[in-house]
Design a binder for this molecule. Structure first.
Ligand code: C2E
Ligand code: CA
Ligand code: CA
Length: 885
C-alpha cells in the first residue's frame, strides 16, 4: 500500500452512548412539559384557591350582611320602643301612655324582643361561620349590640348613634370582604356577579341606614341632622340606580321589581312626605315606616340573597372547574409522561437495542473476531448491519483463503474464486502474485531438475539420469522377476561430420539421431544420451536377447538413413550409422553401472567388428573384459616394477643409407608370459590413464638412452629417437610437462626427439593439434604415424603442425599397383609441404627400390632391422641396394 493511500486513524472522540442521548431527548420535553404542567397546575390551583377564597369571602360578606340586616331590623322596634316611653314623644304623637303601650304591643311597632333575638341568631351564625378577617368585629358585636340596646333605652339619640356606627362598621366589613373577593381577579361571570353583589349589598346597607338616619331626624336626635338623612337618602337613590343600570339584567329586574313593590312605594312616600313636612309624623306613618322598612329590607335582601347565591354558585363552579382542569391537566401530564416513557422504551427496543447489539458486534469485528451480524432494527440500522455483515463475510472469505494458502492448498477452488469488492481484488491480486511466484519457483525447480537430468541439446536423459533410470528399472525388475535390457549406441563416422561441417551441423545431426531413435523405440523404452555420440536405450520387461538385437538392427537402419544438415549455407545430406552393444541384466543384480559397462563393451566390440553391427554382451565378452581388467592390473604393476623395456628399431636415411634415428617400441617382459608385444597391452592401457604413465616413462627412458649412447661415444652417438604417444596422452595438458621433463632430465636437444601420433588421433582429440603446435614450439619434431589409415586428406597436410609423415606399412608392403602410385603421390605431396617422409614396414628390396625411386626420405622395416633392445642395436644398417644418389 502506498503512503498516499494510507489514512491516519481518527483520534477517537469521546462519544456518548445512544441511551444517554435518548434520555436527554426524552428528558428535555418531559421537563419542559412538567414545567408547563406545573405552571398550569399552579395556575389552576391558584385559580381554584382564589375561587374558594372568593367563595369564602362572599359567604362571610353574606353572613355579615345578614348580621347587618338583622341589626337594621332591630333598630326601628328598639328605637320605637324606647321612644314610646318618652313623654315628649307621646305628646308629639298625642298619645296617652295606654295608647302607646297598646301600640307597642298590639300594633307591632315594637317587636323589639323578637328582632333582637333574630340579630343574636345572625351574629351567632356569622361567628360560627368564622368569617376570616372579621373576627374582631364579630367578637365585639354582642357587646356593641348590648351597648346600643341599653343606650337606646336610656337615651334614644345615643342608642341611635351606636346602632348607626355598628351598621356602618358592618357595612364596611361586608364591602371589605366583597372587595377582597373582587380583587382576586376571577373570571368574567364571577367578577360581574360579585359586582352585582357589591352593588346590591351597598344599596341594601344604604336602605337600612336610610331608615336609621330618618329615625334620627324624626326623633330629633342631636347627632343626626336632616341633611344627614338627605345625604343617605341620596346615596341610597344613587346606589339603587347603580344596581339598576350596572348590574346584570336579572338582578336589575329583581331590584326594580322590589323598588316598585307597594311596600317600597309606600315607605318612600312616607319618608318623602315626613321629610318635606319638617319632621312631624303620625303614628300611622311611623307604623308604616316600621313595617315598610322591614318589608323593603326583606325584599332587597331576597335580591341580595339571590345574587349571593349566584355568586356562591359561580365561585363554587369556578373552583370546581379549576379543580377539574387541574385534574385534567394532571392526567394529561401523566399521560404525556407515560406516553413519552413508552415512546422511549419503544425507541430503545426498536433502535437503541439493535444499535447496541450492532455496536457490540462492530467492536468484536474491530477486535478481529468475525462474529455473526444480525440484520435487525430500523432500515438505517439494518443497512449498516448489512454493510457490516458483508464486510464480515468478505473478511471470512479472505480468512478462508489465507488459511488455504497457509495450508499450502494454492490451487483449490476457494483460492481461485475471488472475493467481491476492492479488498477481494487486492487479495486476489496478491494471491495471483504469490501463486505466480510459487508456480514460477516450482517451474524453475522443475526446469533445474530437468536440466540436471537431461541433455540440453536433445532433451534426452543425460548420463547421470540414465544411471538413475536404469537403477529404478533394475529395482522394478528385481521385484517382478524380469530383466532389463540396455542398448549402447555409438554413432559411426559422427566425428568426421563434426569436423567437416562444424559443431552446429554436428548438433543438428545429434538431434536428428535422437528423434529417429525415439521414433523407433516402443512406448516405455527410454532413449538417453550419455554424451558425445553415445546413446543408450533402456528396455524393461525383456524376455530374450533376440528382441533387443532386432531393436538394435532397427535403430541402425533408422540412423543409417541419409540425414539433412539444414543449418549449412547449402543443405547437405550425410549418412552415419551406429554400432550397437546389447546387455541384459543378470536376474537379481541392481548394478546399473555394470549394465552400462557391459553394453559399452559390447558396443566397443561392435565397432571393432566393423561398425554398423549389433553385438551382444556374452560370456566371451565377459571373459574378455575380465582378462582386460586383469591385464590392466598386471601392466600397472609391471610399469611400476620395471617389467617394461624399450626396443629400438633403426630408421634409415635413404640418402646416406645410414641409421639416422631409432623408433622406441615398448615391450613387456611379463613374468610367466615372456616378451609381450605392445599390441597385446597398449589397447588396454589406452582404456585408462595408464597409457599416459606409460608414455611418460617411454619419453624419459628413450631420451635417457640417447644420453647413454652419447656417453658410450660409439656408433650410436648422436642418434635421434622417435617415441610413440597415444592420443589419450596427447589430449592431456601435462603431456607438455612430461616432454619438457624428459628433455630437461636428459639434457638432449629437443630436435633429437620426435613424437609419433597416429593419424586417427588428430581427428578424435580436439586438443591434439594445439598441443602439437606447443611441442613444435619447444623444438620437438612431430610425426604422423600410420598415415593413410585415417581420413586425413593430402590437402590437409599443409595445415597440420607436423614435420614427418610416416606412410603406413599396409601401403608400403601392398602388392597392388594402385598403392604404389598412392605412395609416390604421398611422398611428392609431403615434399611439396616440406614434410619429411618415412616409409614403414619395408621388408623387401623391391619395396625399397620403389621408395628410392619415389625419393622417399627414410625407411624402417625388417629388411634393415627388427626392433631390438638398446644393447643389441646394430652399429649401422647397411642398405642392401644402393642408396639414392
Ligand atoms: P608402429 O608405431 O606402427 O610401430 C611399428 C610396428 O611395426 C612395430 O610393431 C614393429 O615391430 C613393426 N615392424 C617394423 N618393421 C616391420 C616389418 O618390416 N614388417 C612387419 N610385419 N612389421 C614391422 P610393434 O613393436 O609390435 O609395435 C606395434 C605398435 O605398438 C606400434 O606400431 C605402435 O603403434 C605401438 N607401440 C609400440 N610401442 C609403443 C609405445 O612405446 N607407446 C605407444 N603408445 N605405442 C607403442
Ligand atoms: Ca610408430
Ligand atoms: Ca606405424
Amino acid at each position: 500500500m502506498t503512503a498516499a493511500r494510507l489514512r491516519l486513524p481518527h483520534r477517537p472522540r469521546r462519544s456518548r452512548p445512544l441511551q444517554t442521548t435518548l434520555l436527554a431527548l426524552v428528558l428535555v420535553p418531559v421537563v419542559g412539559l412538567s414545567v408547563v404542567g406545573v405552571v398550569g397546575v399552579d395556575d389552576r390551583l391558584q385559580h381554584a384557591r382564589e375561587a374558594e377564597t372568593a367563595l369564602h369571602e362572599v359567604r362571610t360578606a353574606i353572613a355579615l350582611d345578614d348580621v347587618r340586616s338583622a341589626v337594621g331590623h332591630e333598630v326601628v322596634p328598639v328605637l320605637g320602643a324606647a321612644a314610646l316611653t318618652q313623654p315628649g314623644v307621646l305628646a308629639a304623637f298625642a298619645l296617652t301612655p295606654e295608647q302607646a303601650d297598646r301600640l307597642l304591643h298590639e300594633r307591632g311597632v315594637s317587636g323589639a324582643a323578637g328582632s333582637t333575638e333574630a340579630t343574636d341568631a345572625a351574629v351567632a351564625a356569622a361567628r360560627a361561620g368564622d368569617a376570616t378577617g372579621s373576627g374582631e368585629v364579630l367578637a365585639q358585636l354582642p357587646a356593641r349590640l348590648l351597648g346600643a340596646r341599653t343606650a337606646t333605652a336610656a337615651d334614644v339619640d345615643r342608642g341611635l348613634t351606636l346602632y348607626d356606627q355598628l351598621l356602618a362598621d358592618l357595612t364596611t366589613q361586608v364591602n371589605e370582604h366583597l372587595r377582597t373577593a373582587r380583587s382576586l381577579g376571577l373570571a368574567g361571570d364571577l367578577a360581574s356577579a360579585l359586582g352585582d353583589l357589591q352593588r346590591v349589598s351597598r344599596a341594601s346597607a344604604l336602605a337600612s341606614r336610610e331608615i336609621t338616619t330618618w329615625l334620627g331626624t324624626v326623633a330629633d336626635a342631636r347627632t343626626v341632622t336632616r341633611r344627614d338623612f338627605l345625604q343617605v337618602w341620596g346615596a341610597y337613590q344613587q346606589a339603587s340606580a347603580d344596581v339598576v343600570t350596572l348590574s346584570s339584567p336579572g338582578v336589575a329586574r329583581d331590584w326594580s321589581r322590589a323598588q316598585r313593590s307597594a311596600t317600597s312605594q309606600r315607605l318612600a312616600d312616607v319618608l318623602a312626605s315626613v321629610t318635606d313636612r319638617d319632621g312631624t309624623l303620625t303614628l300611622a306613618e311611623l307604623t308604616a315606616v316600621a313595617t315598610g322598612s322591614a318589608a323593603r329590607d326583606a325584599t332587597l335582601r331576597s335580591v341580595l340573597t339571590r345574587v349571593a347565591e349566584v355568586v356562591v354558585d359561580e365561585a363554587r363552579d369556578q373552583a370546581d372547574a379549576a379543580r377539574r382542569e387541574l385534574q385534567q391537566l394532571l392526567v394529561l401530564c401523566g399521560l404525556v409522561v407515560a406516553a413519552t416513557l413508552a415512546g422511549t422504551l419503544l425507541v430503545r427496543r426498536a433502535i437503541a437495542t439493535p444499535l447496541g447489539r450492532l455496536a457490540a458486534q462492530s467492536r468484536s469485528v474491530a477486535a478481529g473476531e468475525l462474529v455473526d451480524v444480525q440484520e435487525q432494527g430500523p432500515t438505517e440500522v439494518r443497512v449498516v448491519a448489512q454493510g457490516l455483515a458483508a464486510a464480515v463475510d468478505t473478511l471470512r472469505r479472505v480468512q478462508v483463503q489465507a488459511e488455504a494458502i497457509a495450508a499450502g492448498e494454492l490451487d483449490c477452488e476457494v483460492v481461485r474464486t475471488p472475493v467481491p469488492g476492492p479488498l477481494g481484488q487486492l487479495v486476489q491480486a496478491s494471491v495471483t502474485q504469490v501463486l505466480a511466484a510459487l508456480h514460477e519457483r516450482e517451474q524453475l525447480q522443475a526446469d533445474l531438475a530437468h536440466q540436471a537430468a537431461h541433455d540440453a541439446l536433445t532433451e534426452l536423459p543425460n548420463r547421470a539420469q540414465t544411471l538413475v533410470l536404469a537403477a529404478r528399472a533394475l529395482h522394478r525388475a528385481a521385484r517382478q522377476g524380469s530383466r532389463v535390457g540396455l542398448l549402447f549406441l555409438d554413432l559411426d563416422h559422427f566425428k568426421a561430420v563434426n569436423d567437416s561441417f562444424g559443431h552446429a551441423a554436428g548438433d543438428e545431426l545429434l538431434r536428428t539421431a535422437a528423434a529417429r531413435m525415439n521414433a523407433t523405440v516402443r512406448g516405455g523404452d527410454v532413449v538417453c544420451r550419455l554424451g558425445g555420440d553415445e546413446f543408450v536405450v533402456l528396455v524393461e520387461g525383456v524376455e530374450d536377447e533376440k528382441g533387443l538385437v532386432d531393436l538394435g538392427g532397427r535403430l541402425i537402419a533408422a540412423l543409417s538413413a541419409p540425414a539433412a544438415l539444414t543449418g549449412l549455407p547449402q543443405t547437405q545430406h550425410v549418412r552415419v550409422g551406429a554400432s550397437v552393444g546389447v546387455a541384459v541384466s543378470v536376474p537379481g543384480t541392481l548394478d546399473a553401472g555394470r549394465l552400462l559397462r557391459d553394453a559399452d563393451a559390447a558396443a566397443y566390440r561392435a565397432k571393432a567388428a566393423g561398425r554398423g553391427v549389433v553385438e551382444v554382451f556374452d560370456d566371451e565378452l565377459r571373459a574378455e573384459l575380465s582378462a582386460r581388467s586383469e591385464l590392466e592390473t598386471a601392466l600397472r604393476h609391471g610399469l611400476e616394477t620395471g617389467e617394461l623395456v624399450l626396443y629400438y628399431q633403426p630408421v634409415l636415411d635413404l640418402e646416406t643409407g645410414r641409421t639416422k634415428s631409432v623408433e622406441a617400441l615398448v615391450r613387456w617382459v611379463r613374468p610367466g608370459h615372456g616378451l609381450v608385444p605392445p599390441d597385446a597391452f597398449i589397447p588396454v592401457a589406452e582404456a585408462s590413464s595408464l597409457v599416459c604413465d606409460l608414455g611418460r616413462w617411454a619419453l624419459a627412458e628413450a631420451t635417457a638412452q640417447l644420453v647413454r649412447w652419447d656417453v658410450e661415444g660409439g656408433h650410436h652417438r648422436g642418434l635421434d629417437v622417435a617415441v610413440n604417444i597415444s592420443g589419450r596422452h596427447l589430449a592431456q595438458a601435462h603431456l607438455l610437462d612430461d616432454v619438457t621433463d624428459a628433455l630437461t632430465a636428459s639434457g638432449i636437444h629437443p630436435s633429437r626427439l620426435t613424437v609419433e601420433i597416429t593419424e586417427t588421433v588428430l581427428v578424435d582429440e580436439p586438443l591434439a593439434l594445439e598441443h602439437l603446435r606447443s611441442l613444435r614450439e619447444l623444438g620437438v619434431r612431430v610425426a604422423i604415424d600410420d598415415f593413410g589409415t585415417g581420413y586425413t586428406s593430402i590437402g590437409q597436410l599443409s595445415r597440420l603442425p607436423v614435420d614427418v609423415l610416416k606412410i603406413d606399412r599396409s601401403f608400403v608392403s601392398s602388392p597392388e599397383a594402385g598403392h604404389g602410385d598412392l605412395v609416390r603421390l604421398l611422398i611428392s605431396a609431403a615434399h611439396s609441404f616440406s614434410l619429411g617422409v618415412v616409409a614403414e614396414g619395408v621388408e623387401e628390396d623391391g619395396q625399397l627400390s620403389a621408395l628410392l625411386d619415389a625419393s622417399c626420405d627414410a625407411a624402417q622395416g625388417y629388411l634393415f632391422a627388427r626392433p631390438v633392445p638398446a644393447a643389441e642395436l646394430p652399429a649401422a644398417a647397411i642398405l642392401v641396394t644402393e642408396p639414392r644418389t
